[in-house]
Design a protein. Structure first.
Length: 407
């Protein structure tokens, strides 16, 4: 049979896209390039091979007058890929191998299975570790969400009504505890909204198109998200929360301005390009562009609590070989704007035949978006200095900082 030219072209385009995806994640700058183990003592990094670092092997970060450490930390794991995510019971590690191959590695047996070959997202594990969900590219150039048993058997497949995953998010999808549902961030063009995959149906949760990051509460009752500001010189970003059962939305009392980020309009960052919640939804890590005394393309990594009362500067792109010391900003106050309108019910829409699938990515720069430990008390991030890649670790409560050189 003569091959269909259009089908061959789509397959080739998808293969090229997946290859570019994998190559970019091996560079160490994308979101999802690192994952804490559930007990909080190790960090697993994407790469070739996968790398696991013991937190105890990191050394105190030197002051700005001293060089970064030269001791190499980390042990290679079986397999190579991006987006490593541990199951909540720590028995399995899921990651995306070259070509978009979903790989599930059993920690005890060191054997792996590869149930899918067109993955374009990290996985979201169910809290009981019995299921996982992943976004796949389909033959028509669109996206679909698939949930699987840990043995690779399919549980559910749902066509998604958008062509790309949200950009700049640490994880674009999350399992809703106590349910079989998954929340996913996606959209078309530059828009990103939240969608609930509820019993096989796609339910839109937001319609503003400006979601920067989101998280789901431990009991599955609430989803909290960060709404992008149209002008960070006046409002840094806004935080909203929805009660999933009633679909009621409230805005958290987060200040419009933070003293170390956008204190006044002429001394403000120019944009917040990505954000991530800690698992307990109490802290936010975010990456900015521009800012006071900075070049237009300068990036900075901050972490703040959801009240905006304590803000740490973790890293800024500078000619220096040492990341700046975090500084604690004073408490800020601000008034909330009106909450966004709830979306109308969604019909049975699906991506058109010409839709182009794309994947979640983080902003380019010398460091990736930070990753929180499960208890929300620790944070890690990657930073490239020259041609060397370092892993930084911060205890948020005490502001103790550690670092290690990666192979």
């Amino acid at each position: 049979m003569k091959p269909n030219g259009r089908g061959t072209g789509l397959l080739l385009a998808r293969t090229v896209a997946l290859g570019s995806l994998f190559a970019s994640f091996l560079a160490g700058t994308p979101a999802g390039a690192q994952a804490w183990t559930p007990e909080g003592r190790r960090i697993t990094l994407g790469g070739s091979p996968l790398l696991q670092v013991e937190i105890s092997a990191l050394v105190p970060e030197p002051d700005s007058a001293s060089p970064l450490p030269s001791n190499v930390v980390g042990m290679g794991l079986a397999g190579a890929g991006a987006w490593p995510i541990w199951s909540p019971d720590a028995s399995k590690l899921a990651f995306i191998a070259p070509g978009g191959t979903l790989t599930i590695l059993d920690k005890e047996t060191q054997k792996s299975i590869t149930p899918e070959t067109s993955a374009v997202s990290p996985v979201a594990w169910s809290p009981d570790s019995d299921f996982l969900a992943v976004v796949l590219a389909n033959e028509a150039g669109g996206l679909k969400l698939k949930s699987l048993h840990t043995n690779g058997d399919m549980a559910l497949t749902v066509a998604l009504p958008f062509a790309k995953l949200g950009t700049g998010l640490s994880l674009p999808l999350a399992w809703v505890p106590t349910t079989d549902n998954v929340i996913i961030a996606g959209g078309d063009g530059t828009k990103t909204d939240l969608y609930l995959m509820e019993q096989g149906q796609v339910v839109p949760l937001t319609t503003t198109g400006d979601v920067l990051g989101f998280g789901v509460s431990d009991d599955g009752s609430r989803v909290r998200w960060i709404m992008k500001s149209r002008n960070t010189h006046y409002i840094l970003f806004s935080i909203y929360e929805m009660q999933l059962a009633k679909r009621t939305v409230t805005k958290l009392n987060f200040p419009d301005r933070l003293a170390s980020v956008n204190p006044v309009p002429n001394k403000s960052v120019d944009a917040v390009v990505s954000a991530a919640f800690s698992a307990d939804l109490s802290n936010i890590a975010f990456v900015t562009k521009g800012g006071p005394g900075a070049e237009a393309n300068t990036n900075a990594l901050f972490v703040t609590d959801v009240r905006g009362s304590r803000t740490l500067l973790l890293a800024r792109t500078t000619p220096s070989t040492v990341a700046p010391r975090p500084t604690i900003a004073p408490k800020d106050d601000g008034g909330p704007p009106a909450p966004p309108a709830l979306p109308a019910p969604l019909g049975a829409a699906s991506p058109g035949a010409g839709a182009q699938a794309s994947v979640a990515s983080a902003p380019a720069g010398p460091f990736g978006l930070a990753s929180f430990s499960q208890d929300g008390r620790k944070l890690s991030y990657l930073r490239t200095v020259g041609e060397k890649r370092y892993l930084f670790f911060v205890r948020l409560e005490s502001n103790e900082r550690f670092v290690g050189l990666l192979p």
